[in-house]
Design a protein around this ligand. Structure first.
Ligand code: GLA
Length: 387
């Protein structure tokens, strides 16, 4: 991959003299969905697939971007003097947003660069290709200009840029999982205070399989921000009765005895998901520590049901993938992952059942939805690196 991206960089920008190659992973969340902006726990891991970047410092303030994933867009030019989001700037709003965010945090980017990207995360799949680009850009700026920032800072700056520059009110999960990734480990993160621990994923005789629905969506045009405000409203209502800072502060029992202060049935369902999903995530990590993969799988299934019925962020594509997966022997657990409304599912499947899983779920999906899903058997990888 390194030679391939360097060769392309030379083709696009004249030569590759002095250019360096970087990588940042994508991520998949095993459990703990739509909890990260509710002060709850998440349990994501970085993947070995992700975004490769080739970057070279320039003498002027110019920014020249090229993506091998969007070759039809050609070279997109901008400048450090014009760090604003534009619709026609397309994917370059992500790296530009991070450059802007560094400036806001007191680390003004001193000179422009040529940047080429090549990602092997399916775009718009819900495996965080955008957060991968954000963390990658942060890692490039750190290396290129010697900024003193930790990987955790890269996550926070990435989220800040996504919130303030790209207008998506996302939580910290994606950028954190990518910046802090550790091979063969998932990250049990408490989003209330960013305390975390690594948990080894030892799936003896099973693998993580991602099924991509190929239904395209962007967080900006999804109902993501709407769900977030529904939860904020429910929290404000609950705070009239209980002394809590976030929905993640409540146990299931506490929620059940306080929920009548929430004035709408829809908001009760949204808050219920946030509370129960957080508790499920805590239980799932405990189950994993006790090597109880079967229970971990049941919690994944329950997570999907809650996202389907209470949080209402699945849709026929994700439901079909998951419900068909549940029918296949050797599937330990299956659920949608990421924001929802399209994107991917994550399943834990016994080794000997993987081929049959892909065949059966793939056929049923094509028959019902009318286009094919893609399947990836993935591995858990590290955070950003200079290659
Ligand atoms: C997206 C957001 C995350 C998180 C998930 C849902 O991936 O970027 O912050 O909220 O959705 O769990």
């Amino acid at each position: 991959m390194k030679n391939k991206v360097l060769a392309k960089f030379a083709e696009v920008f004249g030569d590759a003299e002095g250019a360096k190659v970087y990588f940042a992973p994508g991520r998949v969340n095993l459990i703990g969905e739509h909890t990260d902006y509710n002060g709850g726990h998440v349990f994501p891991c970085a993947l070995t697939i992700g975004t490769y970047g080739v970057a070279r410092k320039r003498e002027d303030n110019k920014l020249r971007f090229y993506s091998m994933n969007f070759e039809n867009l050609g070279v997109i030019e901008s400048s450090l003097d014009d760090l604003k989001p534009y619709k026609e700037a397309d994917w370059t709003n992500y790296p530009k947003g991070v450059m802007w965010a560094f400036g806001e945090k007191g680390m003004k980017v001193p000179s422009g660069m040529d940047l080429l990207l090549n990602g092997n995360i399916p775009n718009g799949s819900g495996l965080s290709s955008s957060a991968s680009v954000e963390v990658l850009t942060g890692a490039i700026l750190r290396d290129m200009f010697g900024f003193e920032v930790s990987n955790q800072d890269l996550a926070l700056i990435g989220q800040f840029s996504e919130n303030k520059f790209n207008g998506v009110n996302c939580g910290i999960m994606d950028q954190f999982a990518i910046a802090m990734g550790k091979q063969d480990n998932a990250i049990f993160l408490d989003t209330a205070d960013l305390s975390f621990e690594y948990a080894p994923i030892k799936l003896e005789g099973a693998k993580i399989v991602i099924a991509c629905s190929n239904k395209k969506r962007g967080l900006g045009d999804s109902k993501y921000n709407e769900r977030r405000s529904e939860c904020e409203e429910a929290l404000a209502e609950l705070q009239k009765k209980v002394d809590i800072k976030t929905l993640g502060d409540l146990s299931e029992e506490e929620f059940e005895s306080a929920k009548e202060v929430i004035a709408s049935d829809v908001r009760i369902k949204r808050a219920k998901h946030a509370v129960y999903e957080n508790q499920r995530t805590i239980k799932a990590v405990q189950a994993l520590k006790e090597n109880n993969i079967a229970y971990f799988g049941q919690l994944m299934n329950a997570s999907h049901v809650s996202l389907r019925d209470d949080y209402e962020v699945t849709g026929v594509e994700l439901d079909t993938l998951v419900e068909e997966a549940w029918k296949v022997e050797g599937v330990i657990g299956s659920r949608m992952t990421g924001a929802g409304f399209g994107g991917c599912t994550v399943s834990i499947v016994k080794d000997e059942a993987i081929d049959n899983f892909i065949e059966k779920v793939g056929e049923a999906y094509l028959a019902k939805i009318g286009y094919a899903a893609d399947f990836y058997v993935v591995e858990i990888g590290n955070g950003p690196v200079v290659l």
